[in-house]
Structure formats: structure tokens, C-alpha cells
Design a protein around this ligand. Structure first.
Ligand code: ADP
Ligand code: MG
Length: 697
């Protein structure tokens, strides 16, 4: 059933086609097209309907249509921009054609009385419906060319390669495919149940939709032929990551099975018991690291779910077995806080925790590096400075990355290589506070095993959230005053739309001064990104110790900061922040037993998307729901930072729209991994090409 002949389209280079020389082949390569299969799977982004002629009287703004008209006049206008304006007529209805670039010959050819067929997008112009730069041809003298038989596909193109040329190449490839067949990689047993159109039929439909095809359905990506291919594309991406994970796990890693004496001492000293969810995740980690194969595990837990303790437990497993552990955080502030927690927990156990950030210099840095290389330091906490070339470990057994969203796939791989040798790598634990929607988990993190801390420590009360225009700042200050008088603490987060960190920090400084003046009873602290590490730490420590009541800060406190007595969070210009960021900031409160509040101050008028974000914050505090909405609002590229993460672009799949396909994709992946492993590689190559983004592993 797979092939009509033995021809494999992947084996046929594009240069086999008519009209493809060296130059065109190079242009095609830029689109990732090297062979006929690539061409066939180069799918249209849009469609135009040139299969029928529309009467001018039926035109509506925004339509892209073919019309047939007679020229009434054509004259040059000198308005803001010189243009050629041509008045045309079809059965008494007027359509204007407007050209900003035109030759004299062109002007003369648009003679009064000549008849034209035009294709273009209609818009409401100053005098009525108009088309700007329509494609047109003369209907005079010759037999009118027939209109198109199919909807016209519009392909992703590149400079120098026109749509017409792409269309004719795809047509040639399609003709060959019709005789040669296309390899079907999806398992028969799966296809039988799925009621998908056959692969070749789907491709023919999408490259040549019949005139009665719905452009609307096609543009929405909802036609069964598209679903068929979206499914296959999602599957290919998912499989590529699964293979990445599999290859990673085939390497060896130190067996961390030295017993749990340290862990037990640590847990016994904690002032609380682990939640059931924390205990489960600690057990999952312990099972992973005892095997001699590298753990590659992602721990998801909403803000405040207690990931740090879990990280510490993992660190102790490494240390107990004579290995070192590295803990990396995305910001210095967060890393400093981890350092404090780890020292607080590990010093009593007689373990040395050292510090490494970009600002570590001179003797401190040298000592840290020596301690790590000699193995006298068991644990290092730091920022991405841990990646630097001169950092060497005596025996790195575990790398923990906190708040993975700030780092990408590549960094995650880099840290693993750092402590590894050709045949031995450290275990890896990745923690994220932004719960990852299922779709992203399967597409961006499918190489990892996942654990979820789906429970908050007991005694937390949900944060109530209100939104207020900044004209009501006085009221907000009154609330702050009230909270402080009642012995509680508050955060005041300043945001500025400017990219400049300097301005952000100056703004926070000014706000802190102003608030200190206006709230005479409040002891005001300040934290921002440009303060010296020691000053930041001092300000944080003072706030934590209750020596200051109000902490004015930039969004540096977004992640990790933990002060349970703080129960009020004010966020200025909340409309400028993304949903995930707002959720993280809000997560700074609601950590103690008292009722906490979050005030989102905004500057009206709110844009539609800002209104949606603020509404979402008021409606839910569930991190997974927030993450889902964030994904729907921003798309996966933005949520993950596509460039950073190396998350590949999809051709026709869309992680938000195609979420319903995922359970089946997963099922198909399991099926292929177990029953048809030989199909993985060709399937991945079909959709990801020779894209080597994961090849460095
Ligand atoms: P996050 O998951 O956001 O990183 P943290 O690890 O900072 O959360 O923990 C938040 C707070 O909850 C900390 O003060 C921590 O000591 C506390 N905590 C963690 N686990 C528990 C628990 N099982 N019971 C009570 N408090 C806990
Ligand atoms: Mg944390």
C-alpha cells in the first residue's frame, strides 16, 4: 500500500525538475527544499480564489477576487504620493485601480474602453471600492483565458523565488508523486481508526483545492486534509524530541544510591513535613538517579509549591554518593536566595556550598573554582556563570536548573556537557514554576520525564485580586498603610515600558522615595537589578526579617522571592506585563496563613489583550489555567522564546489550535516507538528536514 512504484521522492533532487538550475536550487535550499518530497510537503500558507469572476457590484472590503472591467479613465494624481488612478466599470458599478509604481507604457495601455481581468484585494477607497496594484491582463483581442480550475495556493516564498515559479515546481512534483506514490509512515492500524484521507489525496487537495473548497476552512487550517498533515507534523516533532531524550539516556551517569542518611537528617530538621506531592517527586528523583543512566526530569510546580526543598533533597542524594551538585538560577537575586536556603540547610550537615555569579571576581572566584575542581565544595549555587569555560568539577553528579523558562534547550544541554565526559554525564533536574500546558510539554519538553508538584503546602489562603485604574492610587496607598499598620508587609512593583534597565531602576528609586514620603509610617526598602549584589541581599534580608514594611522593586522579584509575612502585592502598570509574569509576581504573596491581596493598577484605556490578561488574573489562580490562557494569547514562540529554546517552527501545525490532536499524537508516538522504530527517522526527516538543531547531542 505504501508505494505505487519504487521511486522514493526523497531521492530525487530538485535539479531533476524542469527549470531548476544551480541558482534556483540555491533559492529552494533557503526554504529547506532539496528534493521532491520537500517540495511536496512545502504546504501553502494561504489560498486565493481565482476560479470565478465576481461582479463589481458584489465586492466587499477585504475580498480577494477576480473581476472583469472596462477602463473609463486613467490619470496621474499628485496627492501625498504620486499615483496612477484608473476608473473602471462593470455593468454600471465602479471599481478604482490604484498604482503607485507604474511606467508610462503601462499608463498608455490602460486606454479608455479597454477591457481587463484583474485579481486583487478589495478595499474601501476614498471614492468607493478600489484595488491597489492588482494583477491584471488585457481581455482585448484575444480569447479570454480561462479562469483557474483550482484555488490558487500561496506558498511560503523567499527572495527571488516567485509564487508562479513555486507553483509550477510543486505541480511537477505532484505529477511525479501521482505516479510514484508517497511513502506512508503512519501505522496502518492507526490510520484504520482515524478516518484520515489518504496521504497523497490530502497533498493533492492542499496543493490544488477544487473550486468548491472553502477558502475560509482552509485558511483556518481545519480541513481534514490539513488535519491529516498537522497530525503527522506534530508526531514528527514529538518523535524527534523523544529520540533526543532516548539518546541522552543511553549515556551513563553516576549511580546515586549511597543511602539516605543525609536526606533523613535534613528532612527531620525541617520545620514542616513534605506534602504528598513533594514526597512523590522526591521518590521519582531517587528512583531515576539510582540507575546509572542520566536522569532528565522536569519538575513542574506552581509558584509556592515548594520546589526548593525538593531540589535540596536531590542535592543530598548526589552528595551522599560522593558527587557534587550544581544549582543554577536565571537571576542573581534568585540565585542568592537559593544560596541562603542551601547554606541554611546544608551547613548543619557539614557540607560546603559555594557561590558563582558573573560578578564573582578575584579571590572569591578563584577560591570557588579551586574548591569545585578539588571537590572540597559539594554544592555550587549560581547563575549562567556556571557555564563558563574555566569552571571545572571534580565529580559533578547532578545539575539542577531552576526556572527553566529563562533558559533554553541548548543551555540545558550545555550544562549537562559541562560536567560530563564522552561517556558520562551528570543527572539533570529542571524546575519550572510556569506550569507547562500539555501541548508544550509534548512538543518542547518531550525529551524529559515530567513530575508535577500539584499541591500547595497546607495553610495557604488564595490571593484575592482586584484591578484599579491608576487614578485611584490614593486608595491603593491607603490599603498599603492599613496592611502595614496591621503588622503585615507589602510589595510595590514598578514597571516601565522602556527597555532600558537604567530607567526602570531610576523609576523604582523615585517611587520608593515618594512612597516613603507619603506613607510616613512605612519603613520602605528598595530592590532593583542595578544595585550591588550585597545591597540587594541586605534589602531582601531586611524585608524578610521584618525590618522594612514595604519593598519597592522592579520585576527582578518575579521569581523565587519568598517572604511569607508579605500579604499585599501592588503592581503598577499591570497592563504592560504578560500573564505568566503577573502570575509569578502575584505568587510572591499568599505564602503565609493570612489572607493576601493583589492589586493590579493600570493606566486606562486598556487594550483588548490587556483586558483579557487582567480578567484572567482575577478569574483564576491556577497556574495551569494561566499557562493555557497565556499560550492562547501569545503563542508558543513567545511563551517559550522560540529563538532561545530552539523550538522549531511548524509548517502547518499550531500548538493552540491543534491541542485536540495531542492525545492521538501521543498514542501514535508510542505505537511507532514500540512497533515501527524504523519509521521514526524518515518521518522526522520529512518534517524537520536535515535540521540539525538536536544533532549536537
Ligand atoms: P517555589 O516552588 O515557588 O520555588 P519555594 O520552594 O520557594 O516555592 O517554597 C515556598 C515556601 O513554602 C517556602 O517558604 C518553603 O519553606 C515553604 N514550604 C515548602 N514546602 C513546604 C511544606 N511541605 N510545608 C510547609 N511549607 C513549605
Ligand atoms: Mg522557586
Amino acid at each position: 500500500m505504501n508505494t505505487a512504484t519504487d521511486i522514493d521522492l526523497e531521492q530525487l533532487p530538485v535539479t531533476d525538475l524542469k527549470g531548476v538550475g544551480k541558482r534556483k536550487a540555491e533559492q529552494l535550499t533557503r526554504l529547506g527544499i532539496c528534493n521532491l518530497q520537500d517540495l511536496l510537503f512545502h504546504l501553502p500558507l494561504h489560498y486565493q480564489d481565482r476560479t470565478r469572476v465576481t461582479a463589481v457590484r458584489d465586492l466587499r472590503h477585504g475580498m480577494s477576487v477576480v473581476v472583469e472591467v472596462e477602463v473609463e479613465s486613467a490619470e496621474i494624481r499628485y496627492g501625498r504620493r504620486r499615483s496612477l488612478l484608473c476608473r473602471t466599470n462593470d455593468a454600471g458599478a465602479v471599481l478604482w485601480l490604484r498604482f503607485f509604481h507604474f511606467s508610462n507604457a503601462q499608463r498608455l495601455s490602460l486606454a479608455t474602453g479597454s477591457r481587463l481581468r484583474c485579481f486583487g484585494e478589495v478595499r474601501d477607497g476614498p471614492f468607493g471600492p478600489e484595488m491597489i496594484h492588482p494583477e491584471y491582463s488585457s481581455l482585448d483581442g484575444q480569447q479570454a483565458a480561462p479562469v483557474e480550475e483550482h484555488l490558487t495556493p500561496v506558498y511560503p516564498a523567499t527572495e527571488g523565488l516567485q509564487q508562479g515559479s513555486l507553483r509550477s515546481l510543486v505541480e511537477q512534483a505532484l505529477e511525479i508523486a501521482i505516479t510514484a506514490g508517497v511513502r506512508e509512515w503512519l501505522p496502518e492500524e492507526l490510520l484504520a481508526g482515524a478516518r484520515f484521507p489518504a496521504l497523497l489525496d490530502a497533498l493533492i487537495y492542499l496543493h490544488r483545492p477544487p473550486p468548491d473548497a472553502s477558502v475560509r476552512q482552509l485558511e483556518a487550517g481545519m480541513h481534514p486534509a490539513q488535519r491529516r498533515l498537522q497530525f503527522e507534523e506534530l508526531l514528527a516533532h514529538h518523535l524527534s524530541l523523544r529520540m533526543l531524550g532516548k539518546r541522552g539516556r543511553e549515556r551513563s551517569a553516576p549511580r546515586l544510591a549511597g543511602g539516605d542518611a543525609l536526606l533523613r537528617t535534613f528532612l527531620a530538621a525541617l520545620p514542616f513535613q513534605l506534602t504528598t506531592a513533594q514526597r512523590r517527586v522526591v521518590d521519582e528523583i531517587a528512583a531515576d538517579v539510582s540507575l546509572g543512566r542520566p536522569m532528565m526530569r522536569l519538575v513542574q510546580g506552581d509558584v509556592g509549591s515548594g520546589k526548593t526543598v525538593v531540589a535540596a533533597a536531590a542535592v543530598l542524594m548526589a552528595v551522599q554518593s560522593g558527587c557534587q551538585a550544581a544549582v543554577m538560577a536565571p537571576t542573581e537575586l534568585l540565585a542568592e536566595q537559593h544560596l541562603k536556603s542551601f547554606r541554611h540547610w546544608l551547613d548543619p550537615l557539614g557540607l560546603e556550598t559555594v557561590w558563582l555569579a558573573s560578578r564573582s571576581k578575584g579571590a572569591q572566584r578563584r577560591e570557588t573554582l579551586e574548591a569545585l575542581a578539588a571537590g572540597t565544595a559539594s554544592v555550587v549555587v549560581g547563575t549562567h556563570a556556571l557555564f563558563q569555560d574555566d569552571v571545572n568539577f571534580a565529580a559533578l553528579g547532578l545539575a539542577i536548573i531552576d526556572e527553566q523558562h529563562r533558559f533554553g534547550v541548548h543551555q540545558r544541554l550545555a550544562l549537562r556537557e559541562k560536567g560530563g565526559s564522552a561517556d558520562r554525564v551528570p543527572h539533570q533536574l529542571i524546575m519550572t514554576a510556569t506550569p507547562i500546558p500539555r501541548t508544550l510539554e509534548m512538543t518542547a519538553y518531550a525529551d524529559l520525564d515530567c513530575s508535577v508538584i500539584d499541591e500547595l503546602p497546607p495553610g495557604r489562603t488564595p490571593v484575592t485580586t482586584v484591578a484599579l485604574p491608576d487614578s485611584r492610587r490614593e486608595e491603593v496607598m491607603a490599603r498599603v498603610e492599613e496592611a502595614i499598620t496591621a503588622g503585615r508587609q507589602a510589595y510595590w512593583v514598578c514597571t516601565l515600558i522602556e527597555e532600558s534597565e537604567v530607567l526602570q531602576c531610576e523609576n523604582a528609586e523615585a517611587t520608593a522615595e515618594l512612597l516613603a514620603e507619603q506613607l510616613s509610617r512605612a519603613r520602605v526598602g528598595l530592590v532593583h537589578g542595578r544595585m550591588k549584589a550585597a545591597d540587594k541581599e541586605r534589602a531582601m534580608a531586611a524585608f524578610k526579617a521584618g525590618e522594612t514594611d514595604l519593598l519597592v522593586a522592579t520585576t527582578v522579584i518575579e521569581v523565587g522571592v519568598d517572604v511569607p509575612n508579605a500579604s499585599l502585592m501592588i503592581i503598577e502598570n499591570a497592563e504592560r506585563l504578560g500573564l505568566a509574569q503577573l502570575h509569578q509576581l502575584r505568587g510572591r504573596v499568599g505564602r503565609g496563613a493570612s489572607q493576601s491581596h493583589c492589586v493590579l493598577m493600570y493606566h486606562p484605556p486598556l487594550s483588548r489583550s490587556a483586558r483579557t490578561r487582567i480578567a484572567a488574573m482575577r478569574e483564576t489562580s491556577d497556574g495551569f489555567e494561566i499557562a493555557r490562557r497565556d499560550l492562547a494569547l501569545r503563542g508558543p514562540g513567545e511563551v517559550l522564546g522560540t529563538r532561545q529554546t530552539g523550538l522549531a517552527q511548524y509548517r502547518i501545525a499550531d500548538l493552540v489550535r491543534d491541542e485536540p490532536l495531542f492525545p492521538k499524537v501521543q498514542e501514535a508516538a508510542e505505537r511507532i516507538l514500540t512497533a515501527h522504530p524504523d519509521r521514526i527517522e524518515p518521518l522526522v526527516r520529512r518534517w524537520l528536514g536535515d535540521n540539525t538543531r538536536y544533532a549536537e547531542v
